[in-house]
Design a protein around this ligand. Structure first.
Ligand SMILES: Cc1cc2nc3c(=O)[nH]c(=O)nc-3n(C[C@H](O)[C@H](O)[C@H](O)COP(=O)(O)O)c2cc1C
Length: 185
């Protein structure tokens, strides 16, 4: 099993990146974090039959293809999805790497809402991309600040860690089932 994690935060001391790191630690399987900061702005002119996808886009597509599961962890900005993350997903629309891919969406916020708007929007976009949204693997984590150690970049709150373990276990259970299914020829 291999997890590809995608973060919606570029911030050095990101609480969402702390959640992402802890979730991957708890998953205890090989994992990598997608580099989406260097993706060009999505432009369909660069993504058609006559064009070769820019190298960072090709790398992202390969990383998604190679992963058994995708874990998206993101803050919410202005009741929406961070532009850098939506941009990355837009590059995956027509190429189809997310189709049938077991996927979880976790949003974390300093507020009690847990980034619920961004979480719902992300799941809607991923539904449109035909990702396999694993029902028990999504989380909206409220009041996240004091539950993390910004210096270490990890979650320290035991209840949140337990919840993350449950979420990634659900994601991996679905990923294992998907991987064991015969592929259509
Ligand atoms: C421009 C801006 C808009 C924000 N809008 C929201 C919002 O709509 N909902 C929310 O829960 N948090 C919002 N926040 C707070 C972020 O959740 C907070 O800064 C969080 O720490 C960012 O995630 P990170 O720590 O992973 O970088 C906003 C922050 C900024 C800077």
């Amino acid at each position: 099993m291999k997890i590809l994690a995608i973060s919606g935060s570029l911030r050095a001391r990101s609480t969402n990146n702390a959640v992402l790191r802890s979730a991957l630690d708890l998953a205890d399987v090989p994992s990598s974090i997608a580099d989406i900061a260097g993706l060009p702005h999505f432009n369909p002119d660069l993504d058609c039959e006559d064009a070769t996808a820019p190298a960072p886009v090709a790398a992202l597509r390969r990383a998604v293809t190679d992963a058994d599961a995708v874990l998206i962890v993101s803050p919410e900005y202005a009741h929406g999805v961070p532009g850098v993350l939506k941009n990355a997903l837009d590059w995956l629309v027509s190429s189809g790497e997310l189709v049938g891919k077991p996927t979880a969406v976790i949003t974390a916020s300093p507020f009690p809402t847990g980034g619920d708007h961004a979480n719902a929007q992300l799941r809607e976009t991923l539904r449109m991309l035909m990702a396999d949204l694993v029902p028990d693997a999504h989380r909206e984590l409220p009041a996240i600040g004091p539950k993390t150690d910004p210096a270490l970049g990890v979650v320290t709150d035991p209840v949140t860690l337990d919840d993350l373990r449950t979420a990634v276990t659900a994601l991996l259970t679905t990923a294992r089932t998907t991987a064991s299914e015969p592929t259509a020829t």
